[in-house]
Design a protein around this ligand. Structure first.
Ligand code: PAN
Ligand code: ZN
Length: 184
């Protein structure tokens, strides 16, 4: 029997290294429209990195997994967040596992009903394919979350643009608080 290295290893720096790992970076200019007040922000600010690995097979049961690193950036008091999305195929669930930092996993159903689960190192989340999901960094360190989803899931960002999440998370005096999204 041979024992070999695992296909990927997470390093303390927050970087995932291994064979066939893809990654992309979101700067503020990519996500500015999601925030209440984008004034004065540097377009080049690094907001989040996503590392992922997809199955070579792409069969119905194939899985993909990834690591999101969401930096502790304040956008005029609003906490840094991922764009958020529904899945294209709403029968596809997803698992998130908190690895480091502190934050919230915001959910929204198709009627606009919005709620959150706390995210921290060791927290485990089962996301229904019917719910939009977004990560929000409420802490002072990078929020790191591992994810695993079906290759068929896809990302539906358009639906979020038509029906944004019902709440925003702002930080006041060092404390995160949810405020109703008045632009709806
Ligand atoms: C995650 C997300 C990742 C980035 O891998 O794609 O956290 O968030 P956005 O895609 O909303 O910008 C996932 O939920 N995949 O399905
Ligand atoms: Zn997803």
């Amino acid at each position: 029997m041979k024992i070999i290295e695992p296909p990927a290893v997470e390093e303390w720096s927050g970087i995932l290294k291994g064979k066939d790992i893809q990654s992309y970076r979101k700067h503020f200019s990519d996500v500015s429209s999601y925030y209440l007040n984008a004034e004065g922000m540097d377009a080049e600010t690094v907001m989040y990195d996503v590392y992922s690995s997809s199955s070579e097979e792409k069969a119905d049961g194939s899985l993909e997994w990834g690591l999101t690193v969401l930096y502790p950036v304040s956008v005029n008091g609003e906490c840094n967040m991922t764009k958020g999305h529904f899945h294209m195929d709403e029968s596809c669930e997803e698992i998130y596992i908190g690895k480091a930092g502190e934050g919230l996993l915001m959910y929204m159903d198709h009627t606009g009903n919005t709620w959150c689960e706390k995210v921290f190192s060791g927290s485990v989340h089962r996301i229904s394919g019917r719910y939009a999901h977004r990560l929000i960094n409420t802490g002072d360190e990078p929020l790191k979350v591992m994810a695993c989803w079906n290759s068929r899931a896809g990302h539906n960002y358009e639906a979020i643009q038509k029906q944004p999440f019902g709440y925003r998370v702002m930080k006041k005096d060092g404390k995160a608080e949810a405020v109703k999204n008045e632009q709806l």
